[in-house]
Design a binder for this molecule. Sequence first.
Ligand code: SF4
Ligand code: SF4
Length: 363
Amino acid sequence: MKTYYDERHLIFSRMRLKPGTDAYQDYYQKQPHLKAKDDAMRGLNITEKLRVSNHYKSLFFPLTQNNKALLKNWHDFLEHHPLKSPPVTIPKHFSKNIKEIAKHFGADAVGIVRLTDDHFYSHHGAQSDDIGRPLYGQKTDKDYRYAIVYVQSMNRDMINRAPFFEEMLETENVYLNIAYTGFRLALYLKSLGYKSLFQSEAFYLTPLVPLAYDAGLGEIGMANHLVHPEYGDAIRIGAVLTQLPLEADRPIDFGLEAFCKRCALCLMNCPSNSIKPHPRIVNQRRFYKFDDQTCFQLWKNTGTDCGTCLQSCPFTQGIERTTLDWMKNDIERIDRVIQQHLERHTRRKFIKKPLSIVAIEEE
Ligand code: SF4
Ligand code: SF4
């Protein structure tokens, strides 16, 4: 039996619901078990409790403060961009060109998925409120045939400062870069005559991890992130949905399931015990049980989006491609690789010294 994703269930949508509204009443009538904990942490201001000086805040918070406005402009520009008619005829195997073009626009790795009904959210949540599109509760537009899915890697020096501000800065930065890549690609495809749109942190039609898995960009790790064989967890995923006919890729298997069973470093390092080792299969893809409320509560308590799980993954710190093949599904070899990782990086590679981008020199 197929499971259909519904964006209204995401914690980022739930946190936007306003008590007293019909949407709020309706949601918690159907999901009463989530109400008490959600109410206790409602609201999206994560940085409120960040333990830095007001001077620090006034210097560095503006680095990301216009991101949503930029996203809004890109989404609006794309929507009003004319669709060329008639469409340009597409040569055979043009998928190869499309992948190179996506890289030209900023992607590090690209794959293609033929879309089916269950890739899409059934209904919109509240995220798109941020770009002036109040779509909550509306059915999503599923009139797209393919997704061009891509990842962009994050700066390891910044990720290794998690849960400090550098990690959050990099996350926000790559979210924006991902959206800009998607914006340019979708604009190009409309200029060829094919209906297309890009997803961004403020507008989704599909969840991204199942798409990226199906596109062959990585496997799903214990923290429920996509783990890319080269970049590990230190990535953000983007997707352009289109009617352009393309050639689909397939999922890959580099042995992550067996590796996660021996590793569990993300679980051990998670400060809120949100990561669980218990698999749950959704539409034939292996995910793991996860507590989104304890994770988000930790964000609100500490004032950053944490990211310790991204930093903990041995794949984030880098595992050679030849080692990957050598240890695949071999428990003894996996244990040796994990042991080497622990000797080199300890249980968690964490660098306390602030990066120069946010270091303040006192007079
Ligand atoms: S972000 Fe932090 S609290 Fe949330 S799952 Fe990852 S390690 Fe745990
Ligand atoms: S840290 Fe270990 S258990 Fe967690 S996703 Fe990475 S490899 Fe898997």
